[in-house]
Design a protein around this ligand. Structure first.
Ligand code: NAD
Length: 270
């Protein structure tokens, strides 16, 4: 409604420090489905079997092909994606006002759109980590992801043996027989990465505006950030097609964000 729009524009104009907090919704216009809007994703891949490391390992022992199917479903849309107008608008806010970008997404699209110092509080699919040392052992690009998706699809569809699958995978992913190398992702039950999480909390306490984009607020502790900002006196603005509490701008990020930034800061925002 127009009152909320005006509140949002005025709060952004006055703000000295902004936190942009994003979830899967900001990337849906880049062709990456959100899990909650994608009917049946969690029914097909129940979180206790697919979204914890222990569950994934156990599922792999009994049903390796379903794990491959899950991995393919996650990787393939991210491999093919490009940033959209919403990601570009976030990058342009960062150029105008002191802004901390905090994302729950693992797709690297904020960086592809030009945002810097992005706090990836659920990790990144573009990085492979050594779990014993905590070091990032490989940075992947979207071409690597596309190749890994192809290889994984063949295995998921029973078109190649597990030996062939692992052999092919080694060309694009630093596979480690002892299981020490894995995607740098935070699954359910994992602690959030530091110092990213501490910095996200601090920025939320210190900001004047927290702009929450495309996140349902159902995943904790990430969902505490808007409440943290509100408790410290910040204006919390939400952009989402689904109803949100407080100053809610109803619509898609790729439509609304460029207009909002242009109304708040001037017109030369694409
Ligand atoms: P979520 O809880 O963040 O909810 C997605 C929200 O986006 C919903 O409120 C939905 O109404 C909203 N939305 C849909 N289309 C939108 C649009 N065009 N513009 C603005 N908002 C829009 O997401 P989830 O899918 O349940 O994800 C659970 C976890 O998995 C989160 O950590 C999430 O970031 C992660 N995930 C990441 C990606 C990615 O990296 N792109 C994709 C799927 C899930």
């Amino acid at each position: 409604d127009s009152d909320h729009w005006i509140t949002a524009v005025l709060a952004l104009r006055k703000a000295n420090r902004i936190v942009v907090f994003t979830g899967a919704g900001i990337s849906s216009e880049s062709g990456i489905p959100t899990f909650r809007d994608n009917d049946g994703f969690w029914q097909r891949f129940p979180p206790e079997r697919f979204a914890t490391w222990k569950g994934l390992l156990q599922t792999a022992l009994t049903d390796r092909h379903s794990v491959a199917q899950f991995i393919f479903n996650v990787i393939e849309p991210i491999a093919k994606s490009e940033p959209n107008a919403g990601h570009a608008a976030v990058a342009s806010i960062q150029q105008r006002v002191s802004t901390t970008v905090v994302t729950q997404n693992i797709d690297g699209l904020h960086q592809s759109a030009g945002s810097t110092s992005v706090l990836e509080i659920h990790g990144s699919l573009m990085e492979v980590v050594d779990v014993t040392s905590g070091e990032i052992v490989r940075q992947l690009d979207r071409n690597d992801l596309a190749r890994i998706a192809d290889i994984t699809r063949l295995y998921a569809n029973h078109q190649v043996s597990v030996i062939r699958f692992l052999w092919n995978l080694r060309k694009h992913y630093p596979f480690d027989w002892f299981g020490r190398h894995r995607p740098n992702l935070i699954l359910f039950g994992d602690d959030l990465p530091e110092p990213a999480w501490a910095k996200a909390c601090q920025a939320s306490r210190e900001c004047d505006v927290l702009l929450s984009i495309g996140t349902s607020g159902a995943v904790y502790p990430a969902a505490l950030l808007p409440a943290t900002a509100a408790a410290s006196g910040a204006t919390v603005i939400s952009i989402d097609p689904q109803p949100m509490e407080g100053c809610w701008l109803k619509g898609k990020a790729g439509d609304l964000l460029p207009k909002l930034i242009s109304d708040a800061f001037g017109s030369n925002c694409k």
